[in-house]
Write a protein that binds this ligand. Structure first.
Ligand SMILES: [Zn+2]
Length: 219
Protein backbone atom coordinates (compact mmCIF):
# COMPACT_ATOMS: atom_id res chain seq x y z
CA UNK A 1 0.00 0.00 0.00
CA UNK A 2 1.20 3.51 -0.80
CA UNK A 3 0.42 6.83 0.80
CA UNK A 4 0.12 10.12 -1.02
CA UNK A 5 2.90 12.71 -0.98
CA UNK A 6 1.68 16.03 -2.31
CA UNK A 7 5.02 17.86 -2.52
CA UNK A 8 5.11 17.55 -6.29
CA UNK A 9 3.58 20.90 -7.10
CA UNK A 10 5.17 23.55 -9.30
CA UNK A 11 3.22 26.41 -7.78
CA UNK A 12 6.06 27.84 -5.70
CA UNK A 13 7.51 31.29 -6.56
CA UNK A 14 10.81 31.47 -8.44
CA UNK A 15 13.26 33.88 -6.83
CA UNK A 16 16.48 35.49 -8.04
CA UNK A 17 19.12 36.87 -5.71
CA UNK A 18 22.53 38.43 -6.38
CA UNK A 19 24.03 36.31 -3.60
CA UNK A 20 22.11 33.03 -3.79
CA UNK A 21 21.33 32.86 -7.51
CA UNK A 22 18.05 31.30 -8.59
CA UNK A 23 15.87 29.46 -6.09
CA UNK A 24 12.37 28.24 -5.36
CA UNK A 25 10.48 30.01 -2.62
CA UNK A 26 12.70 32.13 -0.32
CA UNK A 27 16.40 32.17 -1.08
CA UNK A 28 19.04 31.49 1.59
CA UNK A 29 19.65 35.14 2.58
CA UNK A 30 16.04 36.20 2.17
CA UNK A 31 16.87 39.23 -0.01
CA UNK A 32 15.98 37.65 -3.35
CA UNK A 33 13.20 38.96 -5.56
CA UNK A 34 10.34 37.00 -7.03
CA UNK A 35 10.76 36.87 -10.81
CA UNK A 36 7.79 34.56 -11.38
CA UNK A 37 4.94 33.86 -9.00
CA UNK A 38 3.87 30.26 -8.55
CA UNK A 39 0.70 30.94 -10.52
CA UNK A 40 2.56 32.51 -13.47
CA UNK A 41 5.05 29.72 -13.48
CA UNK A 42 2.31 27.12 -13.59
CA UNK A 43 0.45 28.93 -16.37
CA UNK A 44 3.55 29.32 -18.53
CA UNK A 45 4.66 25.69 -18.05
CA UNK A 46 1.24 24.53 -19.06
CA UNK A 47 1.33 26.70 -22.16
CA UNK A 48 4.81 25.41 -23.06
CA UNK A 49 3.68 21.79 -22.67
CA UNK A 50 0.73 22.34 -24.96
CA UNK A 51 2.75 24.15 -27.60
CA UNK A 52 5.75 21.80 -27.67
CA UNK A 53 3.81 18.53 -27.29
CA UNK A 54 0.61 19.07 -29.22
CA UNK A 55 0.12 22.16 -31.37
CA UNK A 56 3.34 23.93 -32.40
CA UNK A 57 1.76 25.00 -35.71
CA UNK A 58 -0.92 26.95 -33.85
CA UNK A 59 1.84 29.30 -32.68
CA UNK A 60 3.88 29.16 -35.88
CA UNK A 61 6.66 27.20 -34.17
CA UNK A 62 8.75 24.75 -36.13
CA UNK A 63 9.61 21.50 -34.40
CA UNK A 64 12.36 19.26 -35.76
CA UNK A 65 12.29 15.44 -35.89
CA UNK A 66 13.52 15.21 -32.33
CA UNK A 67 10.93 17.63 -31.00
CA UNK A 68 13.20 20.66 -30.70
CA UNK A 69 12.13 24.25 -31.41
CA UNK A 70 14.52 27.18 -31.52
CA UNK A 71 14.80 28.86 -28.13
CA UNK A 72 14.58 32.20 -29.85
CA UNK A 73 11.17 31.50 -31.38
CA UNK A 74 9.77 30.24 -28.08
CA UNK A 75 11.11 33.25 -26.18
CA UNK A 76 9.51 35.60 -28.73
CA UNK A 77 6.13 33.97 -28.09
CA UNK A 78 6.50 34.05 -24.30
CA UNK A 79 7.54 37.69 -24.46
CA UNK A 80 4.43 38.57 -26.41
CA UNK A 81 1.97 36.49 -24.38
CA UNK A 82 3.39 36.78 -20.87
CA UNK A 83 5.97 39.56 -20.98
CA UNK A 84 8.76 37.23 -19.82
CA UNK A 85 12.19 36.55 -21.32
CA UNK A 86 14.96 34.01 -21.56
CA UNK A 87 15.96 34.03 -17.88
CA UNK A 88 12.36 33.27 -16.87
CA UNK A 89 12.15 30.45 -19.36
CA UNK A 90 15.46 28.99 -18.19
CA UNK A 91 14.32 29.18 -14.57
CA UNK A 92 11.03 27.43 -15.39
CA UNK A 93 12.90 24.64 -17.18
CA UNK A 94 15.56 24.31 -14.49
CA UNK A 95 13.12 24.02 -11.59
CA UNK A 96 10.43 21.99 -13.28
CA UNK A 97 9.66 19.15 -10.86
CA UNK A 98 8.64 16.77 -13.59
CA UNK A 99 11.59 17.75 -15.75
CA UNK A 100 9.21 18.19 -18.67
CA UNK A 101 11.53 20.38 -20.77
CA UNK A 102 15.08 20.35 -21.97
CA UNK A 103 17.26 23.16 -23.36
CA UNK A 104 20.22 22.08 -25.52
CA UNK A 105 22.35 24.27 -27.82
CA UNK A 106 19.87 27.09 -28.27
CA UNK A 107 16.94 24.72 -28.72
CA UNK A 108 14.15 23.59 -26.43
CA UNK A 109 11.88 20.54 -26.41
CA UNK A 110 9.37 18.71 -24.26
CA UNK A 111 10.95 15.47 -23.11
CA UNK A 112 7.75 13.42 -23.29
CA UNK A 113 3.99 13.59 -23.72
CA UNK A 114 3.84 14.30 -27.46
CA UNK A 115 0.86 13.67 -29.64
CA UNK A 116 2.71 15.13 -32.65
CA UNK A 117 4.82 13.03 -34.97
CA UNK A 118 8.28 13.37 -33.43
CA UNK A 119 10.87 10.64 -32.96
CA UNK A 120 10.34 9.49 -29.38
CA UNK A 121 12.84 6.63 -29.50
CA UNK A 122 15.60 8.18 -27.46
CA UNK A 123 16.56 7.67 -23.86
CA UNK A 124 18.74 9.36 -21.31
CA UNK A 125 21.32 7.07 -19.79
CA UNK A 126 20.69 5.96 -16.26
CA UNK A 127 19.04 3.23 -14.27
CA UNK A 128 15.57 2.00 -15.14
CA UNK A 129 13.78 1.09 -11.88
CA UNK A 130 12.68 -2.53 -11.46
CA UNK A 131 9.12 -1.41 -10.80
CA UNK A 132 7.25 1.43 -12.48
CA UNK A 133 3.79 2.91 -11.89
CA UNK A 134 0.88 4.14 -13.94
CA UNK A 135 -2.57 5.18 -12.75
CA UNK A 136 -5.74 4.84 -14.75
CA UNK A 137 -9.47 5.26 -14.33
CA UNK A 138 -11.45 2.18 -13.23
CA UNK A 139 -13.27 2.16 -16.60
CA UNK A 140 -9.99 1.45 -18.43
CA UNK A 141 -8.89 -1.34 -16.15
CA UNK A 142 -10.56 -4.26 -17.87
CA UNK A 143 -9.08 -3.36 -21.24
CA UNK A 144 -5.61 -2.74 -19.79
CA UNK A 145 -5.57 -6.09 -18.04
CA UNK A 146 -6.53 -7.83 -21.27
CA UNK A 147 -4.54 -5.95 -23.96
CA UNK A 148 -2.00 -4.09 -21.84
CA UNK A 149 -1.09 -0.41 -21.75
CA UNK A 150 -1.07 1.25 -25.14
CA UNK A 151 -0.68 4.96 -25.88
CA UNK A 152 -3.91 6.93 -26.04
CA UNK A 153 -3.68 10.33 -27.78
CA UNK A 154 0.08 10.18 -27.08
CA UNK A 155 3.06 8.62 -28.80
CA UNK A 156 4.16 6.57 -25.79
CA UNK A 157 2.94 4.99 -22.57
CA UNK A 158 4.12 7.03 -19.57
CA UNK A 159 5.20 5.58 -16.24
CA UNK A 160 6.84 6.93 -13.09
CA UNK A 161 9.16 5.56 -10.47
CA UNK A 162 6.98 6.75 -7.59
CA UNK A 163 3.40 5.62 -7.09
CA UNK A 164 2.44 9.15 -5.97
CA UNK A 165 3.56 10.70 -9.21
CA UNK A 166 1.46 8.22 -11.15
CA UNK A 167 -1.53 8.92 -8.90
CA UNK A 168 -1.11 12.67 -9.33
CA UNK A 169 -1.59 12.18 -13.06
CA UNK A 170 -4.38 9.65 -12.42
CA UNK A 171 -6.36 12.16 -10.35
CA UNK A 172 -6.37 14.54 -13.29
CA UNK A 173 -8.36 12.02 -15.31
CA UNK A 174 -10.41 10.23 -12.69
CA UNK A 175 -11.87 10.77 -9.22
CA UNK A 176 -10.78 7.33 -8.09
CA UNK A 177 -7.81 6.22 -10.18
CA UNK A 178 -6.43 2.71 -9.94
CA UNK A 179 -2.70 2.28 -9.37
CA UNK A 180 -0.88 -0.18 -11.62
CA UNK A 181 2.54 -1.61 -10.94
CA UNK A 182 4.66 -2.58 -13.93
CA UNK A 183 7.39 -5.17 -13.68
CA UNK A 184 9.88 -3.14 -15.71
CA UNK A 185 12.62 -5.66 -15.33
CA UNK A 186 10.56 -8.38 -16.98
CA UNK A 187 9.25 -5.97 -19.62
CA UNK A 188 12.83 -5.23 -20.69
CA UNK A 189 13.68 -8.93 -20.44
CA UNK A 190 10.95 -9.58 -23.00
CA UNK A 191 12.72 -7.25 -25.44
CA UNK A 192 10.52 -4.16 -25.05
CA UNK A 193 12.51 -0.97 -24.64
CA UNK A 194 11.87 1.32 -21.66
CA UNK A 195 13.18 4.84 -22.10
CA UNK A 196 14.14 7.37 -19.44
CA UNK A 197 13.04 10.97 -20.02
CA UNK A 198 13.66 13.17 -17.03
CA UNK A 199 11.53 11.73 -14.23
CA UNK A 200 9.28 9.84 -16.60
CA UNK A 201 9.79 6.42 -18.17
CA UNK A 202 8.18 5.53 -21.47
CA UNK A 203 7.52 2.54 -23.70
CA UNK A 204 5.68 1.82 -26.93
CA UNK A 205 3.42 -0.58 -25.03
CA UNK A 206 3.30 -2.74 -21.90
CA UNK A 207 1.81 -6.22 -22.28
CA UNK A 208 -0.79 -7.22 -19.64
CA UNK A 209 1.28 -10.01 -18.10
CA UNK A 210 3.66 -7.41 -16.63
CA UNK A 211 0.95 -5.29 -15.02
CA UNK A 212 -0.72 -5.73 -11.65
CA UNK A 213 -3.14 -3.64 -9.65
CA UNK A 214 -1.78 -2.42 -6.32
CA UNK A 215 -3.58 -0.86 -3.41
CA UNK A 216 -3.11 2.80 -2.69
CA UNK A 217 -4.45 5.15 0.00
CA UNK A 218 -4.34 8.91 0.46
CA UNK A 219 -2.19 9.93 3.41
ZN1 LIG B 1 19.63 35.37 -1.35
Amino acid sequence: MYLFDSTLTDSVDLVICSTCGMSEGRCGCGKGEVILSGAERKRISKFLSGMLRHFPEKYGIEIDRNGFASLESVIAILKERYGVGESHLRAIVQFDRKRRFEIVNGKIRARYGHSTDVDVRWSESGRIPERLYHATSPENLKSILSVGLIPVRRREVHMTEKPDEAMEVGFRHSRNPVLLEIDAERVMGSGIEIRKKGRVFTADRIPPEFIRVVEWRRR
